[in-house]
Ligand binder design. Structure first.
Ligand code: PAF
Length: 281
């Protein structure tokens, strides 16, 4: 597996892969790999001839006071894990390579970025859309892979790709969970033992909601109340949002109909975790 740090190197790698007629799969990441990342790499490995993983903690998607500096990093471990998955190349640029001095172009996706994490983390999706756009331009993949845990992120990227007529298929892969249901996230490492135990309330409350829907509940307000109360029963949990929105537009709904997204963001101490479920009525 090759590790490349510069835009020049990745471009020349892509040029040569394409000239030999290979399909390229891109897995954009911020590193500190877990099974969720590895599942994306495996899917890319199955579906594409060349697998590129980008590893870049993107400063523009972190707001002031967020965890940019603390974000967990372990480059050597990541390299080993990616290499065991048969990844062909890791693109791991320094921030100055992606945002050189004088940089001034950003991608703003519209309404779909306003609810959920867009509301709690102003500017977050501007940073995500910008870096993903740059990575797609550099790697020119046939397919790019994203985890469903960041459900709004996947929708924002699909919207950008559609709106800007970009020539790539966005593939989203299911959430990978720990045995006790906690969605895998690089940020889980921040949790204390007590917070880690408490955080299982997220998947448990989503399961409860899915069960309620299966039993015929279609009132969004009632479901939201049930979920919020269940999370509230966990003293270490501090709810940021519990929302039930339409797919794919992420608009508020009163009555569940068709596919809907139940999305949560909850703080445990200084750690903010997200989780979600898609239910169908
Ligand atoms: O999901 C992530 O890890 C990041 O938001 C992404 C897509 C790699 C962009 O920095």
């Amino acid at each position: 597996m090759k590790v490349c740090r510069s835009i020049g190197e990745i471009k020349s790698f892509v040029r040569s892969a394409k000239s030999s007629g290979n399909t390229i799969g891109l897995v954009p990441t911020m590193g500190y790999f877990h099974q969720g990342h590895l599942s994306l790499m495996r899917l890319a490995r199955q579906e594409c001839q060349i697998v590129v993983v980008s590893l870049f903690v993107n400063p523009t998607q972190f707001g002031p006071g967020e965890d940019l500096l603390d974000y967990p990093r372990d480059f050597e471990r990541d390299i080993d894990m990616a290499s065991q998955e048969g990844v062909d190349i890791i693109f791991a640029p320094e921030p100055g390579e992606m945002y050189p001095s004088g940089y001034q172009t950003y991608i703003e996706v519209g309404e779909i970025t306003t609810p959920l994490c867009g509301r709690s983390r102003p500017g977050h999706f501007r940073g995500v859309a910008t870096i993903v756009n740059k990575l797609l331009n550099l790697v020119e993949p046939d397919r790019a892979y994203f985890g469903q845990k960041d459900a709004q992120q996947v929708m924002v990227i699909k919207q950008m790709v559609r709106d800007l007529n970009m020539n790539v298929k966005i593939v989203n892969a299911p959430i990978v969970r720990e045995d006790d249901g906690l969605a895998m996230s690089s940020r889980n490492v921040y949790l204390s033992t007590a917070e880690r135990k408490a955080a299982t309330i997220l998947s448990r409350s989503l399961q409860g909601a899915e069960q309620a829907v299966n039993n015929g509940e279609t009132d969004a307000l009632t479901l939201r109340k049930q979920i919020t109360e269940k999370i509230g029963s966990e003293s270490l949990a501090d709810v940021d949002y519990v929302e039930i929105l339409s797919i794919p537009d992420l608009e508020p709904i009163q009555v569940l109909n068709g596919q809907v997204l139940i999305a949560l963001a909850v703080r445990f101490g200084k750690t903010r975790l997200i989780d979600n479920a898609i239910v169908e009525v």
